[in-house]
Design a protein around this ligand. Structure first.
Ligand SMILES: Nc1ncnc2c1ncn2[C@@H]1O[C@H](COP(=O)(O)OP(=O)(O)OP(=O)(O)O)[C@@H](O)[C@H]1O
Length: 240
């Protein structure tokens, strides 16, 4: 059953049309990948889903309700979480404080029914032994973990991750993949934008490929990687 559907989305910035007709359907508990070349509109799609700005036309349906027009904080309280490509935690606060503030602000719809305690979130995001260090003194990968911890503290039903593996080592990427799988196993729906194909192939149940304003392919990672439009448009004619 779909938890999130994007229907007939159109979006332009000035004269630059980013989407002419985007359609995506994400089922509950799936790990759903979104790929596409630079500038294909992946982050724009997340911004529209999260209420940062609206489309020119189309619909975003979350749990059966059209959510266009709702503010980002309203959507966070409805269970839509987001991790940004660039990290934006409160720098002077520790990881634990960042998570606590996020929970207090967005700790949503079902108080007392949080999926993870703050301690569990520190464990899940590998921050347990650093949870009392000011975030500004942590490494970039740890800061990214704080960003994930903040999203999880909001007790989301769905989390959108925008290139959270960017700049990480192979080992850190493996840890990130394991975390995504744990979130899905715990009942959270995960949508990831990633450029790293191994990441997409290993963890995603389904993938959508954005190109020239539309979804040129949708399916399992294997099916999508065999699709001739994808090979031509996204993989530069070479299968990966
Ligand atoms: N707020 C904005 N104002 C004007 N143009 C924008 C805005 N946000 C995005 N764009 C433009 O929309 C297009 C899609 O950008 P977007 O960042 O969504 O692509 P992307 O697929 O996420 O790219 P990347 O892989 O490089 O992160 C680009 O041409 C970009 O310049």
């Amino acid at each position: 059953m779909p938890i999130l559907e994007v229907k007939n989305l159109k979006k332009s910035f000035g004269g630059n049309q980013v989407f002419s007709d985007i359609n995506i359907s994400v089922n509950e508990n799936q790990i759903y990948g979104i790929i596409g070349t630079n500038g294909a509109g992946k982050t724009t799609l997340f911004n529209i889903i999260c209420g940062v700005f609206g489309p020119d036309s189309g619909q975003v349906i979350y749990k059966g309700q059209n959510i266009l027009g709702k503010k980002p904080w309203e959507l966070a309280r409805m269970g839509i979480g987001r991790c940004f490509q660039t990290v934006m935690p409160f720098k002077s606060m520790t990881p634990y404080e960042n998570a606590r503030v996020a929970r207090a602000n967005a700790g949503k719809h079902s108080p007392g029914k949080e999926l993870f305690t703050l301690d569990e979130i520190m464990e899940l995001t590998d921050l347990k032994d650093k949870q009392n260090i000011p975030t500004q003194d942590l490494s970039l990968p740890d800061k990214k973990n704080v960003e994930i911890a903040r999203a999880l503290a909001c007790n989301p039903d769905i989390v959108l991750f925008d290139e959270v593996s960017c700049g990480l080592s192979g080992e850190e990427i493996q840890a990130r993949m394991a975390l995504m799988k744990k979130l899905a196993a715990a009942g959270i729906t995960v949508i990831v934008i990633e450029h790293i194909m191994v990441f997409i192939k290993e963890i995603c149940d389904r993938v959508a490929v954005l190109h020239s304003g539309i979804v040129i392919a949708e399916g399992t990672p294997h099916d999508v990687s065999q699709n001739k439009h994808v090979i031509e448009a996204y993989l530069g004619g070479k299968e990966q």
